[in-house]
Design a protein around this ligand. Structure first.
Ligand SMILES: CC(C)(COP(=O)(O)OP(=O)(O)OC[C@H]1O[C@@H](n2cnc3c(N)ncnc32)[C@H](O)[C@@H]1OP(=O)(O)O)[C@@H](O)C(=O)NCCC(=O)NCCS
Length: 304
């Protein structure tokens, strides 16, 4: 497992973000001296290419967070609406970060969009968008018990780095790229992450949820992204994804007031579709189109 840390300047949080950025700029040599931003350490997991993409995504998020047009849930900046400029912006974001997405593509617009992205030398990927409320999560928590040999833990600022490394090892082996550590720990924006630990302290399952759109976005400001589902092959079929996924949804609702959730699933991922359906999520005619830049990422996907 590879990981890396990058020093970032705290760039403020939420709508007041520009103030924080200005403070950081004022601290640069040649600028009037102001109150410097506080250095932060954020950890990125995955291959060299994946970590570089996550780092660029995080930095771009700090710049674009005030604008409701853009989304971020811990991997890269994407776009929240489909209009005349979406494709041009997606192409530019993919070239800057190595990856980008649009979370609001009607299913019947996917083929044309994919063709256009291909013409630009990018690799289009289609994720079916599953959406719903958190009602099923509450029922699942009440009725489904964790296997007795496992411990449910919510990741936060005090979670040891060794737990995050074990999470990343397991998730990456499953083809799932963890979000940056600031989002896993809930330090950057509304977000939660749960893991199941076995008796040896090994992470055997994980799930997460995060804000992805600006709170004032008229269509999806009250909707959270949910996912990062991964279970070690030797522990699959014990409803761990269902239970941890339910805890993630429920905590996002209880702590931050999110009542709507969405996720992207690659068509044909039967296990994931099965978990989504039990979580009360359903297809509503929209897709998430991802555009990967092979120059940054090579032939692979950023994540499942
Ligand atoms: C998806 C994943 C997280 C599910 O983990 P899990 O802990 O085994 O999930 P659960 O036990 O809660 O539920 C899995 C359900 O999928 C079903 N399932 C498994 N394989 C399936 C398949 N190929 N087609 C349809 N259903 C399938 C299981 O029977 C089970 O349903 P049941 O409870 O009614 O029996 C796990 O398979 C995984 O890590 N896959 C690789 C990573 C991945 O694809 N992540 C999702 C990215 S969107």
């Amino acid at each position: 497992m590879r990981h890396d840390s990058g020093i970032l300047f705290a760039a403020g949080r939420g709508p007041g973000l520009l103030t924080g950025r200005r403070k950081t700029l004022l601290a640069l040599p040649g600028c009037n001296r102001g109150e410097a931003g506080v250095p932060e350490t954020c950890i990125y997991f995955g291959s060299d290419a994946q970590r570089a993409i996550l780092r660029r995504g995080r930095a771009l998020r700090d710049i674009l967070a005030p604008w409701p047009r853009y989304s971020y849930y811990g991997r890269v900046v994407g776009i929240t609406s489909l209009d005349d400029e979406t494709l041009d912006d997606m192409v530019a974001l993919a070239r800057v970060q190595g990856n980008s997405s649009c979370t609001a593509v009607p299913d019947d617009a996917v083929p044309q969009m994919a063709r256009t992205l291909k013409e630009q030398g990018l690799t289009p990927l289609h994720y079916a968008k599953w959406e719903g409320d958190g009602d099923a999560a509450r029922r699942i928590i009440e009725t489904q018990a964790m296997p007795r040999d496992l411990r449910l833990v919510q990741v936060d600022a005090r979670t040891p780095g060794s737990v995050l490394e074990s999470l990343a090892d397991m998730a990456l082996d499953c083809g799932v790229l963890p979000m940056c550590s600031d989002v896993l720990r809930g330090l950057l924006q509304p977000s939660v992450c749960f893991v199941a630990l076995d008796g040896q302290g090994r992470v055997v399952s994980c799930a997460a949820s995060s804000a992805y759109a600006h709170r004032e976005h008229p269509l999806c400001g009250d909707q959270a992204w949910w996912g990062m589902l991964a279970t070690a092959p030797d522990r699959r079929g014990e409803k761990l994804a269902l239970i941890l996924g339910a805890w993630a949804m429920n905590e996002m609702a209880a702590k931050f007031g999110y009542g709507r959730f969405m996720t992207g699933v690659q068509p044909g991922n039967g296990a994931s579709e099965s978990v989504c359906a039990k979580m009360g999520l359903a297809r509503r005619g929209a897709s998430i189109v991802v555009s990967a830049d092979p120059v940054s990422l090579g032939p692979g996907n950023l994540t499942k």
